[in-house]
Design a binder for this molecule. Sequence first.
Ligand code: ADP
Ligand code: MG
Length: 343
Amino acid sequence: MTARAPAPARSALILHGAVAPGAAADDEDTLVQVGVVTAALRKLGFAVETLEVGRDLADVARTVEAIAPDFAFNLVEQIDGRDALLPLAAYLLERARIPYTGAPAAALAASTEKTLAKRLMAAAGIPTPEWCETGMEAGQLSPDDGLWIVKSATEHASFGLSAASVVRADAVAGRLRRCTAAHGGSWFAERYIHGREFNVSLLAGSAGPQVLPVSEIVFIDCPPERPAIVDYAAKWQPNSAAYRNTRRRLLGAEAALLAGRLGQIALRCWHLFGLRGYARVDFRVDESGTPFVLEVNANPCLSPDAGFAAAADAAGIDLVEVVGRIVVDAGIRLPRAGNSATG
Ligand SMILES: Nc1ncnc2c1ncn2[C@@H]1O[C@H](COP(=O)(O)OP(=O)(O)O)[C@@H](O)[C@H]1O
Ligand SMILES: [Mg+2]
């Protein structure tokens, strides 16, 4: 006997982190995604409501249960200004037994905490730059052991990153101390990888995750004394030189071999973390051609000007189809039969 297909869903609730008026550009970006996903879900035939997730999670739980949507589209990237708390929205949806899009709560928790993600990748044989998590470990680095970058373990979107984040081995412990004092949370140091930077986007399809065309991040005219990194200015300050000189370009056929290798590693990350729907894996490739995973972005940004949409577009997939495939991968049937958003 074949199982009966579930009835098509009708109502979607978009969850997103509350954005304070006058918030920084990285938080405002959430609202752009809410707009895009709302429009796509409506096109797919869903009735859409949205809900801000703030620090009062009991209130969010009550509201979600009162609305009782057929499913939730999870766009929560931070709660109460902390990316570290973002998995809580997914845990809350699990508790309410509401299906939701994107990575499962545990996968969000494991990938959002960069040092845990690195330990998992290293144990699975996925290459990631070597790192140290404490001032004590950093204190044991040999002073002439090259350059390191000090980053937040939990906050994303280039939080706290500038040219000053890249330091010599003998300055790592001091930088870790200063970042922790200035911002709180936990910070770690990772070996700085000279070389090229790439993003690999993955989108669920009927035959499993599809590797979308790979992009390179190119740093134009980066002065030799500055590290070529996507720091906060390069990502979020359109008036800065760093922003203007940091460009994304699709890899051409000449780089098919490299793109294929990066795609294979990205797929291993998908399976290791148990991702769902969509993801973007950030890489650096050193001067000898060795690739390293910097981080795994579960539920990456869906803004039209961000890397995921650009990669999908290069594969001939528009945002309505992206959203449809993400919904289908959450086990939801689309309301309109016969549309092509199933990959
Ligand atoms: N180990 C590293 N070597 C070289 N550059 C790095 C390294 N880690 C991070 N960067 C630079 O910093 C940027 C942001 O780091 P990433 O780990 O991707 O964090 P997030 O995007 O969450 O802020 C990267 O896009 C890259 O340009
Ligand atoms: Mg990144």
